[in-house]
Every structure is written in C-alpha cells, then in structure tokens.
Write a protein that binds this ligand. Sequence first.
Ligand code: NDP
Length: 341
Amino acid sequence: MGSAKIYYDADADVTVLEGKKIVFLGFGNQGAAQAQNVRDSGIPNDSILVANREDHYAEDAKAKGFHVEHDFEKAAEVADILFVLVPDQVQPRVFNGSFAPKLKADATIVVASGYNVFFKLLEFKPTQNVVMVAPRMIGSSVRSLYQKGRGFPCFVSVEQDGTGKGLAIALALSRAIGATKAGAIASSVYEETAMDLFAEQGLWPNIIMLFREAFSVLKEAGCSDEALCYEMWMSKEPAEIFERAAEDGFVLQLKHHSSVSQYGQLNGAAKLDGSAARAHFKDILHNQVLNGKFCKEFAKIEDALEKDDESNPLNKLYKDADESEMGQAEKRVRARLTELL
Ligand code: NDP
C-alpha cells in the first residue's frame, strides 16, 4: 500500500458542522474527552447532547455543563451526527436496539474503532454516512494533549458515504476533537481492525510467551526471582526502550545502549530465522482475525466476561497466569517489596 494520506487542520472545514446536532453516546474514556474537545473547538453547547444511562457518567457530563438525555431513542431522533463511544462489545445491542431504528436517514455515525463496522455488526441505512475517527490514544491523553494545544495520532476513514459529505464531516470532526493538529492518517476499518486484533492475538501473546520462557531458562540457570523481575520489567527499562524507539527510531534507539548490547541485539536478530514466526503470524491474521473466526468465538463468551465468577473465562486465564512460575515469582517479589515499605 505504501504511504497514507495525512490530513491536517487546513484540510478540514468545521463550518460543515454548523446547525448540526452532535450526540455522544457514552461519556467514558473517549466520550468525555472528545465531547469536551468538540465544545472547546467552538461547537455551541446547545448543539451537543450526551446520551447516557442515569448514573455517574451522566452525572459527570451534567457537572461539566453538558445537556444529557437518558432516553436513547429520543437522542437518536435528534442526532445529525452520532459518536458511538460505548465499549465495542455493547455497541451492537445499544446501537441496533435503540439508535438504528430512530436515526435520521442522512445521519453520520462515527466510530472510534473499526471492529463492529468491519465485522458488519451494526445496522446502517445506505443513505447514512459511516465514518471512523479513531484516536490512537487513551481518552485522558486525547483531552490533555488538546488542552496543551497539541494534536494526537488518529485514524480517519469514510466507510459509507450516504450523503456524499462523509469525508468533509469526518475531517471536520477530526479537527474539532483536535486530531488534525498533528495529522490524522487516512485509514480504514479493515486496516484498524487487522492491526489492532493482530497485535492483541499475534504479537503480544508471543511477547508474553517469550518473557515467560526467558524467565524460566534464567531461573533454571540460578538467577533469583528478585533479580529477574527487576532485570526484565520492574526496573521499567523495557518501557524506556519503547519510549526511545518512538522518539529516535525502532532500531536507532539501540545507540543509547552499550556496544556489547548493540552488537548482541543486532547480530542476534539478524541470525534468527523468522520463517516459523511469519507463518504463525499469517495464520493468526488470515485464519483467526480477518476471516471473522475470533469475532464469532468472542460473541459466544462476551456475556460471560461481565460476570464475576468462574464462568468468566478471563478469571480462569488470570488464575493460570498467577499460578505460573513467573506469576508466582512476581507475587513473592512484590510481597517482599510491600514489607519493605
Ligand atoms: P468506556 O468503557 O470508557 O465507555 C464507558 C461509557 O459507555 C459510559 O458512558 C458508559 O455509561 C457507557 N456504557 C457502558 N456499558 C453500556 C451499556 N451496556 N449500555 C449503554 N451504555 C454503556 O469506553 P471507551 O471510551 O474506552 O471506548 C469507546 C470507544 O472508543 C470504543 O469503540 C473503543 O474501542 C474506542 N477507543 C477507546 C480508546 C480508549 O482510550 N479506551 C482508545 C481509542 C478508541 P453507563 O455505564 O452509564 O451506561
């Protein structure tokens, strides 16, 4: 594919939002940050409505001066633009149940993640616009970077252009939330979902496995739990390496290391045969992520993830991780640290 188009403030005209009612479904991490940024960008408060059940999120929105509607169907009826900012797993139920039947035929639906659109779990009318404005930042940073007058990385795309104005609206919204200041990258729900799920199901499981096995081999060789936990992550050295990678370059950050380390890492990586990992990654990407297999499997367990008992598969996975050699060692080291405090 090569290089992507990047949109800046100058590419976006916020006047296309004039007279439009912007509804934020959800006032959590992203909802609270984006709604405040949009208002601070000059969209009148009366043009913004927060749709939320009657609870502390709603209270927070009211305390921040927003109009709040608890009745989702009423919120849907007035929305020209709807930001869908509730957790991905609840979106199909809430959107299809309460919003889709009442939304205007020319409404613009905005998602902050590709998942539900890519897997066609949300029901849209062909006349509606469906756009993605997906910050690559947690909500608190979306807000704080905006307040500091800085932008943040964000993906933007038009997935369905029912009115012909999808891109203009998506860019205006990207600018209003503060994303085009640093440059919003043209993307798609396909790209966002592929990268997101691949990182979660391909890359990071391998990193967890590599740490687990490395820990075990070094422990077998006589290293203590304390030394290992600190060496491998508790010193925050890996976090610093990734920070340097973002600033200086993925490989060029190595120049901050000793020559022994630089040579060991570069020479070691060059000698590794990546073909088995590559085949494994391709399998995860094509036969688990993109073909919808994971999406189907996840749909069967998502209700159980809300439960706080043994039927929740996450509880069992956490228990197994806790009982592993590395989990037990870390627990002991942390308990000793607490004693020392
Ligand atoms: P949150 O978990 O912070 O969402 C909380 C909001 O969702 C609250 O307003 C909550 O209100 C509402 N909500 C939760 N459950 C329900 C329900 N069953 N019915 C109705 N409303 C519900 O979500 P995020 O901000 O983390 O994520 C929103 C979107 O942004 C997702 O698509 C996510 O992928 C994307 N995103 C998130 C990022 C992040 O920083 N977390 C980063 C980039 C994108 P109440 O409980 O009162 O109903």
